[in-house]
Write a protein that binds this ligand. Structure first.
Ligand code: ZN
Length: 523
């Protein structure tokens, strides 16, 4: 593997850690959180691969800076962009990372649970690792024991941060988190995280399970420390207060029979530090947590959007795609602001439209749209949130919330985003909704391809009509819960036309992501 080439796919981008606007106690809290984040980072490194610490040490001793950079980006010698192929000879990543014995198979794990049903809970827990005892028998060990020393230290640091905090909700979250590390149970701290109302917005602990490709069970440690974005937060509050109006303005009329479920707040923040799982490979721009169903039923979940990361990705990657795909008169209409506002409207639009509907199989019963559309739901719902996000922008402009012309910029940002989403491959799951949008909008004469100069054209006068038609179609599918209609809609529009295949090749040399550079870093 060409290390230099692999590195060139990421653009180094500095994340500002400026704290001049913060109070002294807030700065002191950040210092403690920084130290605790370092612990999260080191635990995650060993969760990915047992030999990671020794490989890292060797790379530092050898002074191989390029390899070390790629190692840090991937948290190990396995290239996350190349299906975990190793870029240092002699290593192979186990499917279950370092959560299971390296020689275990899925069958062995599942058979063990069949034979020992009483052990199911501890073995399937997100917060245990699986090992063999001296006789070769499988055992489950809680994280609080596996990483005892590190988590005890993290607990102390977080307790100190809690003592310093002058904000009650932050104090509460941190004090609960200090206990969670020791008890191996994050229920209380997750609940307190949902109630956070402070300028510093931290999240530490074990959350996502994607690293465990064997069983998809074991959670990875991460730290995401952010500062709330004032301007975006007030914009989001405004959107929240207007959401009933947006509901009434939908292109179809919806009668809600049951409450839509838990309310999920959306936050806009600027990332101050990411560590561990939250930073491995492609950096995320938003996350939705906690995953714990006990918290979700009681309090819903919280969507956090990282505005500064979004901006860096836009400037270093997305903007370059847009410039290559469109003529100047089109790409000049979009900028980071229109792009980010579109992403915000996408999130808001997830919460608008049908939630619970009459069961198509039994009209006496109410079911969620998700249950009705089954495996087709994620594609339909993502596509809906996109189309409806752009659709809503026109209403918000008419209401005076945006300057004249901004809705069009948002809608074009939506269409431009299609090209960013498909560049990782037309077969990838998240390309689905975007290909559907493309082919639908092409049929509506909104977008077309000029094969001579290899650019895409947008007919501005058709955008609003085309997007409304798409939103209406998707909302009707959701409101009726018509599984067959969802299926035939997807199979009709999910076929990528040749021009999309061609353009992916044209975009290959554009960097895929940023590589965060922190002045004060944990790596
Ligand atoms: Zn979404």
């Amino acid at each position: 593997m060409d290390i230099k080439h692999e590195l060139s796919r990421f653009v180094p981008a500095t994340i500002s850690q400026d704290t001049t606007d913060l109070e002294d106690w807030e700065k002191a809290v950040l210092d403690k959180l920084f130290d605790a984040s370092k612990i999260m980072n080191n635990i995650f490194l060993t969760q990915v691969y047992s030999k990671n610490p020794e490989i890292k040490k060797k790379l530092i001793e050898e002074g191989d800076t390029d390899k070390l950079k790629l190692f840090n980006q991937n948290y190990g010698p396995f290239n996350r962009l190349q299906h975990n192929e190793s870029f240092i000879e002699g290593y192979k990543k186990p499917l279950g990372a370092n959560f299971y014995p390296e020689d275990i198979t899925k069958e062995e794990f599942e058979n063990f649970l069949k034979e020992n049903p009483k052990k199911k809970e501890e073995f399937k827990s997100h917060l245990t690792i699986i090992r063999r005892d001296e006789n070769g028998n499988l055992i489950a060990i809680p994280y609080s024991i596996v990483y005892k020393e590190q988590l005890e230290r993290a607990s102390e640091l977080i307790k100190e941060a809690s003592d310093i905090s002058e904000n009650e909700s932050l104090k509460n979250y941190l004090s609960k988190l200090a206990v969670a590390f020791l008890k191996n149970d994050y229920l209380e701290s997750d609940m307190a995280w949902m109630d956070l109302d402070s300028r510093i917005e931290p999240l530490l602990g074990p959350y996502e399970v994607y690293e465990d490709e064997l069983m998809g069970l074991k959670a990875c440690f991460e730290a995401i420390i952010s500062i709330r974005d004032k301007e975006m937060t007030s914009q989001l509050k405004k959107l929240e207060s207007i959401s009933e109006e947006l509901e009434k303005n939908l292109p179809i009329q919806i009668v809600h029979k049951e409450k839509r479920g838990q309310y999920s707040p959306i936050l806009a923040v600027n990332l101050w530090l990411s560590a561990g799982d939250g930073r491995a490979g492609i950096h995320f721009t938003a996350f939705n947590l906690p995953n714990d169903e006990r918290v979700r039923t009681k309090k819903g979940s919280k969507k956090v959007m990282l505005k500064n990361i979004g901006r860096l990705k836009f400037e270093n990657c997305t903007e370059k795609i847009i410039e290559r795909v469109f003529e100047k008169n089109i790409y000049e209409k979009i900028n980071f602001n229109s792009f980010f506002t579109f992403v915000v409207l996408h999130e808001v639009s997830h919460g608008i439209g049908p939630g619970f509907i009459d069961d198509p199989a039994n009209s006496e019963k109410q079911i969620s749209v998700n249950e009705a559309l089954k495996e087709k739901y994620p594609t339909i719902e993502e596509c809906k949130a996109d189309a409806l996000g752009a659709y809503n922008s026109y209403y918000l402009e008419e209401k005076g919330m945006y300057e004249k012309g901004f809705a069009e910029s948002i809608a074009i940002s939506y269409i431009a985003g299609i090209f960013r989403a498909i560049r990782f491959g037309l077969k990838e799951a998240h390309a689905g909704g975007n290909i559907i949008a493309y082919t639908f909008l092409k049929e509506q004469d909104v977008i077309s391809y000029d094969s001579e100069n290899k650019k895409f054209k947008i007919k501005e006068q058709n955008i609003r009509k085309g997007i409304t038609a798409l939103a209406k179609e998707l909302l009707e599918i959701e409101a009726t819960g018509d599984y067959e209609r969802a299926k035939s809609f997807i199979s009709k529009y999910r076929q990528p036309p040749t021009e999309l295949k061609l353009i992916i090749k044209e975009l290959e040399d554009i960097p895929v992501d940023i590589m965060p550079q922190y002045e004060k870093d944990v790596q």
